[in-house]
Design a protein around this ligand. Sequence first.
Ligand code: DAH
Length: 347
Amino acid sequence: MNDLDTLVQAAEADFAAAGTPAQLEDAKARFLGKTGRVTELLKGMSALSPEEKKTRGAAINETKQRIEAALTARRQALADAEMQAQLKAESLDVSLPGRQRGGGGLHPVSRTMERIEQIFASMGFDVADGPEIETDWHSFTALNNPENHPARSMQDTFYVDMNDEAGRPLCLRPHTSPMQVRYSRQHAARHAGADPMPEIRVIAPGRTYRVDSDATHSPMFHQCEGLWIGENVSFKDLKSVFTDFFRTFFETDDLELRFRPSFFPFTEPSAEVDIAFSSGPLKGRWLEVAGSGQVHPNVVRNFGLDPERYIGFAFGMGPDRLTMLRYGVNDLRLFFEGDLRFLAQFQ
Ligand code: DAH
């Protein structure tokens, strides 16, 4: 082995010992740099004869090429190793269990609302939605409430410091009954000239607001209004609609209905509706579930209809209370505190 082969071997060993690109560049300088060993060899040729220079020069050049080839190979090896290390660091372990988002689900009261809508829709009722900021005209006046009715007071109703375009005071609707008026006026206008007018059959579920808060009252709560108006609609129909509804809602035929005389300004006569189960944990207790009545002639007139011709019934029930009864929950506030430990039980 001559001195040039030894030099190539030394370079290969140095390059192999370089563990990083920076170390490799240092090693390169030691062999191929301005003061490197190959350059020294070239300088040492000055004393040779022209003939010797030719053979020696060719040999040194070949040596230089071998060292450069070794350098390139080592550079590539270091780059490959770095890539492998990076791939390894960034690799995904697909055998690890995934991080999941919580499943989510409908609020129990939303479930009840959907259930109510489905059952009434199956009985031919339209489902209407309406504003939560409502005029006091729709909330009270049109529903035959006298000017001085206590429900109109600030103690009971949240007023909004604004009027509508017609200058009427606004409030957060204290019940869904204003939707009777909105829906019926639209219906009457749409079917003006139809004789007879197609029946009105609608429910209006939604949020309602009152100045009230304890275990069974929340300042925001839910109601579902119902209305059926035609030429020949009576309390008999109300009873059959309600019986079907509650039996379907609670999934039992072991359930009885009772109408108890009551008073609402917008109905005459009026009744509270109670139900009692003949089995199960609530067996034998009468539970109040809705208000109802024959729609008052003044209200029918405010619908834009002739009360001598069009009659019917209305009702209002509380989806929050129905949810409590269905699931056996005894504090209304649990529904609105947003505690997932409570809410997740209904999924
Ligand atoms: N609006 C009544 C309330 O909030 C509930 C109600 C009772 C609605 C009788 C009706 C009805 O439509 O006929 O207490």
